[in-house]
Write a protein that binds this ligand. Structure first.
Ligand code: ADP
Ligand code: ADP
Length: 225
């Protein structure tokens, strides 16, 4: 089955008031295991709104949100929070690593929050960091890592709880182009090896071209670009 299915998502703000904005007007997408989909959207088109809904931070006004076969469209806040922790990983434009903790700790902590035992969490953190070439950086704090290394740690953190779905917003936005390509290939490898699905927002056409396909968000719907 699909990793992510959004079906006819509608979302607006201030509905019925003079300042009504209808942002999503029937947005649909299906992402299969191992598939990496680029999301391009002009500013204001509703990219954040769409990522929030796919990431279970917000609920649609209408339409279905199904992640890993679980229909979360009508789930309450508590089940959405639990599903977000277990099913969704997120990578931000800026890494948002905790500065006072080491690379290893930054990947252990979200697992402890998800009730994983510490030895298991540490073993998984080491495996992930080794897989992205950071075996020699386990005990470095973010400030002691390069930008590309920091972003690779951020990918590992997003994958710490073995999500089904990876969401990212400009995941290499603050890196130089050469570093960005290497870091992105690492991410693609991790997604494909684990059979996750990924939806990655980017304004970078070179990055979008490396993904399996591109969807454009415009007029409140998603269309192949
Ligand atoms: P993007 O991320 O593509 O720039 P957003 O999803 O942030 O777009 O916003 C899409 C539209 O919805 C914009 O016109 C924005 O002003 C409006 N919007 C977003 N959030 C709110 C909100 N909480 N209240 C009212 N309008 C909002
Ligand atoms: P901003 O400064 O634009 O609020 P953030 O770095 O907090 O940016 O997040 C980047 C984008 O990802 C924002 O659109 C944010 O709302 C969204 N986002 C953050 N966490 C999640 C999540 N778990 N699922 C989906 N979207 C998320």
């Amino acid at each position: 089955g699909a990793i992510l299915r959004l079906d006819g998502i509608e979302k607006g703000y201030n509905l019925g008031r003079p300042n009504e904005v209808r942002v999503l007007r029937g947005a649909s997408v299906e992402i299969t295991p191992g598939e990496v989909v680029a999301l391009v959207a002009p500013s204001g088109a509703g990219k954040s709104t769409l990522l929030h809904i796919a990431g279970l931070l917000d609920s649609p006004d209408a339409g279905a949100v199904v992640i890993g076969g679980q229909d979360l469209s009508r789930a309450g806040d508590r089940s959405r929070t639990a599903a977000r922790r277990g099913l969704v990983g997120f990578v931000y434009q800026f890494h948002h690593l905790l500065p006072e903790f080491t690379a290893l700790e930054n990947i252990v902590l979200p697992q402890l929050a998800n009730a994983v035992a510490k030895p298991e969490a540490e073993a998984r953190a080491r495996d992930l960091l080794s897989a992205v070439g950071l075996a020699a950086r386990l005990h470095h704090r973010p400030a002691a890592l390069s930008g590309g290394e920091q972003q690779r740690v951020a990918f590992c953190r997003a994958l710490a709880n073995q999500p089904r779905l990876l969401l990212a917003d400009e995941p290499t936005g603050n890196l130089d182009p050469a570093t960005s390509d290497t870091v992105f290939d690492t991410l693609m490898g991790l997604v494909r090896d684990t059979g996750m699905g990924a939806l990655i927002a980017t304004h970078n056409p070179g990055l979008a071209a490396r993904m399996d396909r591109t969807l454009r968000l415009e007029g409140g719907v998603l269309r192949p670009a």
